[in-house]
Each structure stands twice: as structure tokens, then as C-alpha cells.
Ligand binder design. Sequence first.
Ligand SMILES: Cc1cc2nc3c(=O)[nH]c(=O)nc-3n(C[C@H](O)[C@H](O)[C@H](O)COP(=O)(O)OP(=O)(O)OC[C@H]3O[C@@H](n4cnc5c(N)ncnc54)[C@H](O)[C@@H]3O)c2cc1C
Length: 373
Amino acid sequence: MHSVVIVGAGVFGSSLAWWLARAGTAVTLVDQFEPGDPRAPSGGESRLIRCGHGPDPHYTASARRARALWRGLEGECGEELLIECGLTWFAHREDGWEAQAIAVFEQQGIPYERLAPEAGARLFPSYSPAGLAYLLHEPEAGVLRAQRAVRALARQAVAHGARLVRATARPDGAAARLDDGSVLEADVVVWACGAWLGRLFGEHVAIQSTCQELFFFDGGPAWRGPGVPAWVDFEHAVYGTRDIDELGVKAAPDLDGPALDVDAELPAAGAAGEATARNYLAERFPALAQAPLLSSKCCRYELSPDAHFVAAPHPERASVWLLGGGSGHGFKHGPALAEQFAAALAGTAALPPHFALGERAPGGTLRTAGAIL
Ligand SMILES: Cc1cc2nc3c(=O)[nH]c(=O)nc-3n(C[C@H](O)[C@H](O)[C@H](O)COP(=O)(O)OP(=O)(O)OC[C@H]3O[C@@H](n4cnc5c(N)ncnc54)[C@H](O)[C@@H]3O)c2cc1C
């Protein structure tokens, strides 16, 4: 394989472009927007990186591998993209998702601490252990500066020889036809179109675009401390981070949001979502109950029915591949997924069978009731 066209410069496409260009492949990376555009799911300010994926060993190992590859990218570009502040899971039951994650951590040698609920008082500036059975703390997890990371991936791909083209593309047989009428051909064409993948290849993949709300509160200097971990309450479907880059303390309700056309403007976040975020903060971090709201917004999820990624050849055209289905948890995996995908293109390793095209049953182990984290 000497040449690859990748349509989509989100985290999946840009990671693949970086990976392949570094290995000497002639890469053309096409996107309708600039890499990191906030209209795409990869364009947000921050994304969690954690190994905990309940009972799933594949995503756990992938997140761990991705951590090393993100560090490699940082080494190349000289930017701090991964903030290793740790991440704390708030476990409500002894036998829940967190216990399943611990069993996988033990098998894979992933560092973690199992703490009494009260130990949260030394991790967070304000904290209540109400309702918790224990804490699962991942000291080497944290937060990725998402938009900057996507831009760094695309920039480093170009530094390794990739060509970045700003255009909208449509499938044309095994090629990609751009909106100026030109046609891009290559040994392989990868459609890494994220939220737009379902519209381009709806007969093979079901991707739903939904609207998810984010809220940023002024928590004061204590919440800017570098040691304050990110956090996830899987059962209550809420997650957040400390104040990073003075954007405010982030709190995000993660229940499935309303469907949103992929080309629709992102609406403003609503009062109901803010109330959900505030109620959670009031319970878990009482000092934030009345914190002023600094900003809020809606972002676009791209959900596969079972929240598993999509990474597979087109059933009728062997040189055309589809890549996407990040489903609210894809960002962290970008470079590790690129490594696996490149091996599959080279024929040296197979992708997991659950990344295949075709019918998928809704639900699965990555979801809590009505939410994905
Ligand atoms: C609010 C929010 C919070 C999230 N939190 C986390 C988290 O904490 N941790 C985590 O790991 N993940 C998280 N995710 C998920 C993660 O961000 C996404 O799964 C991931 O960014 C998807 O990347 P992608 O490259 O597949 O898709 P996209 O970001 O959608 O990129 C696809 C690109 O393809 C381009 N494109 C599409 N069609 C065409 C076309 N026809 N021609 C040219 N270009 C085209 C688009 O412009 C876009 O740039 C979150 C997502 C959101 C929205």
C-alpha cells in the first residue's frame, strides 16, 4: 500500500494520517472544515482519557496504548496535550461497572487505587461521599486538550509529508470526488467521516448524530489546582473536570441527547441541562452548588447502536474502508485505533469483529441506562 486518501480530519482520520505518513505512506487528508472545527465531535476543548471500560479488555488495552502514543505525539510537536491529573470513578455499588474495570486492570497491570468514599475529600476542593460505596482512582488517566490534539495530529501528518486538502468529498466508485469536481484515487480510500458517516454510507452503518450539553462553572482558584482529578459517575451518567485553561469547572450530563441533523447548527444548551448539572454538583461538590455559570454549549455525538467503533472494509469495494462510530468515547483511542487500523490495511492484524459493518443490537456493556461514558 503506497497511497491512501483519508476523508475526515477528526481525531480518527488525523490519527491515521499521522500514523501512515510517519511510516512513509503517501497520504492525502481531506476535510470540509479545518481540523479541530467545533462543528465536529473532535473539536471540543477537552476529552477524558481513562482505561476503565467496565468488563471490556479491548478498549482498556487500547486506552492504555493510546496514552503512550499521545505522549509520543507531544514529544514530536512540543505541546502539552495530555493533562495527567488522574480520574476518579464514583462507584455506587460493590458489584458494578467499576468492579468489572478493576478485574480487567488486574489482568492488564494497569495502575489504580480503590479508595474509601471519604478519601475524595483529599482529591477534590469540595466533596461529599453521599451514596458512594467506594472510589476507583486511575492516577495515570486525565484529560486531553482535544482541539489542540487534533490540530497537532494533522500538522504532524503534514510534517511527515501528508497533503491536507480543504474540500467536501463524495464517494465515486472506489475514489473520492471533491466538490470542485476533481477525483482523488489511491490504493486505499478511508472514509473517517464521524457524524457524517451514516449519511454517506447509510446502507452499511447506522450512525446517529445527537446533541450533548456541556456546562462550565466558575469554581475559583481551588478548582484550577493541577492535582484535582477528572471524575465520572457512571451510574448517574455525569462526568466532569477541574477548571482547565481557565474555561471553568466542566460538568456534563451524559444521558442520550435529542437527535440532531449532521448539518444543523448546534443549538444553545438549555436550562434543564444546567439544572441537572447543578443538582449533581450540589450533591457531590457542595461548594459548587451556586457557582456562576461561565459558559455552556451543545456538541455533536456520533453514536453507533451498540457504542462500538466502526472500522471495516466496504463490503463491495475492497480498497474502500469505513472508520468511525466513536460514540461519545472515541477520542482518547485515536492514535491506538490508527495503529490497529494501519495493521489491518497492511494485512498484518485483524480488527476486532465487533467493529464490523452490518446490523448491531442496541445496548451492550459500554452503556449505562440511556447514556454512554
Ligand atoms: C461533548 C462530547 C464529549 C465527549 N467526551 C469524550 C471523552 O471524554 N473521551 C473520549 O474519548 N471521547 C469523547 N467524545 C467522543 C469523541 O470526541 C468522538 O467520538 C470523536 O471525536 C469522533 O472522531 P471522528 O474523527 O470519528 O469524527 P469527527 O470528529 O466527526 O470527524 C469527522 C470529520 O469528517 C469530516 N467530514 C465528514 N464528511 C465529510 C465529507 N463528505 N467531506 C469532507 N469532510 C467530511 C468532518 O468535517 C469532520 O471533521 C466526546 C464527544 C463529544 C461530542
